[in-house]
Write a protein that binds this ligand. Structure first.
Ligand SMILES: [Zn+2]
Length: 76
């Protein structure tokens, strides 16, 4: 067995979770760069045919691409 000092072990148990946290933070940071476009989308659910669709335009109402019925945005 490799002899380990208490200090080395302590550094290992502190730096590994810290490194994992940094990697996760970078991962979610990079992912959030791509999100602004998606977050501007409005989500609509058609009251006529229950079709769920999204548009990147900021309109309170939009036509269903399937049946043409006007629907209010469910989430903006
Ligand atoms: Zn529809």
């Amino acid at each position: 067995m490799i002899p380990l000092q208490l200090g080395t072990l302590l550094v290992f148990f502190v730096s590994v979770p810290l490194l994992i946290t940094v990697i996760l933070a970078l991962f979610y940071g990079i992912r959030s760069w791509h999100r602004p476009g998606r977050e501007r989308e409005n989500i609509y659910e058609c009251a006529e045919c229950n079709h769920v669709y999204a548009f990147a335009r900021s309109r309170p109402m939009d036509r269903c691409p399937r049946c043409g019925h006007l629907n209010e945005a469910v989430r903006t």
